[in-house]
Design a protein around this ligand. Structure first.
Ligand code: ADP
Ligand code: PAZ
Length: 310
């Protein structure tokens, strides 16, 4: 009997109207005020999107956390070892600069923490693992920020391994957009969370040996057309010019004086020379590896969800 090629796909793609049915009885535990505080600059995500997209997603992840715990328990019993506390469940969130990963990550952290089975959820962004400015400068990589080689990938892998191994306290370095550098001496401390979310451009990249992506129990790729993301990047640059860049201590303070036209041209240049090549050459090729893809339309609205079944 002939099998339709479509049936062999490892993915199932659902329109938002189909996906939202999978929420079942998951309650909405987020208020509009909280949503406004969580969403990123220029991201118009509303409570409908939380209900339609994020509640089914938090239900799916919660099911996967329980399944993961059963799997670990089975392996422990197979090995004849005494039962151990559950291993933190690790979620990776990938996608381009300016696609809205941080909003997705913050929303999920908040929603997942409201499930009684896994209340302790930590979120770490990979910018803390960028090499310090002095190192990037010395190695001629200042215009490669966000490219795979601009990160201390070994430290990132060590960090996630330590969290998964149940270390009582693990420290992550912290990045500041204001300084455009790692903040000396500052760390984010992670203490045995039930769930750890790792958000960053390149988190799904495979490595020659073990890569951080190999430690993920679930991963999300936030996706949109490249032309749409380019436009969001330029719009956000204009907003930053009037907000963050106007701070005299900002590394980008010189941008605060730009006219609209100059700011658009500079943002387009940064997009075309740094962020677009990184998206096309490094980030987009990792999309097929994600457990789930959130697909955004030109207005930022999530219209489709692709789930990996196999
Ligand atoms: N130069 C900057 N100054 C201050 N904040 C910034 C700057 N660039 C990006 N951000 C903020 O950093 C966060 C991460 O941005 P980005 O890496 O582009 O990912 P995404 O837009 O997918 O969340 C966003 O909240 C964004 O508003
Ligand atoms: C800090 C970033 C590399 C993103 O870091 P991430 O947390 O995704 O690893 C990025 O937001 C960035 O600042 N890129 C530099 C080029 C630019 O400013 O557009």
């Amino acid at each position: 009997m002939a099998v339709k090629t479509r049936d062999l796909s490892p993915y199932v793609e659902l329109r938002r109207e189909q996906w939202r049915e999978l929420r079942r009885a998951t309650p909405l535990t987020l208020t509009l005020d909280e949503l406004v505080r969580l969403r990123g600059l220029g991201d118009p995500v509303d409570l409908d999107e939380v209900t339609d997209v994020y509640l089914p997603l938090s239900r799916l992840i919660s099911l996967r956390v329980a399944a993961r715990q059963r799997l670990y328990a089975d392996t422990t019993s197979f090995l004849g070892e005494p039962s151990a506390p559950p291993v933190p469940f690790v979620i990776g969130i990938a996608g381009s600069v300016a696609v809205g990963k941080s909003t997705t990550a913050r929303l999920l952290r908040t929603l997942l923490a409201r499930w009684p089975d896994h209340p302790h959820v930590d979120l770490v962004t990979t910018d803390g693992f960028l090499w310090p400015k002095a190192d990037l400068t010395r190695r001629g990589m200042m215009s490669r920020k966000g490219f795979p080689e601009s990160y201390d990938r070994r430290s990132l892998l060590r960090f996630v391994t330590d969290v998964k191994s149940g270390a009582p306290e693990v420290h992550a370095p912290v990045y500041s957009h204001l300084l455009y550098d790692i903040v000396p001496g500052e760390t984010q401390v992670v203490r045995k969370p039930d769930i750890l979310i790792i958000e960053g451009l390149n988190v799904l990249l495979p490595g020659q040996r073990l890569a951080v992506a190999d430690l993920f129990d679930f991963s999300i790729y936030v996706d949109a057309h490249t032309e749409d993301i380019a436009r969001w990047y330029v719009e956000r640059f204009l907003t930053l010019r009037d907000t963050a860049f106007s701070d005299p201590t900002s590394h980008f303070h010189h941008y605060a004086e730009l006219t609209d036209e100059q700011a658009r041209a500079e943002a387009a240049r940064l997009w075309e020379t740094i962020n677009e090549p990184n998206l096309v050459n490094n980030i987009l090729p990792t999309r097929p590896r994600a457990s789930l893809v959130l697909r955004k339309d030109a207005d930022h609205r999530i219209s489709r969800v692709r789930l990996r079944k196999l």
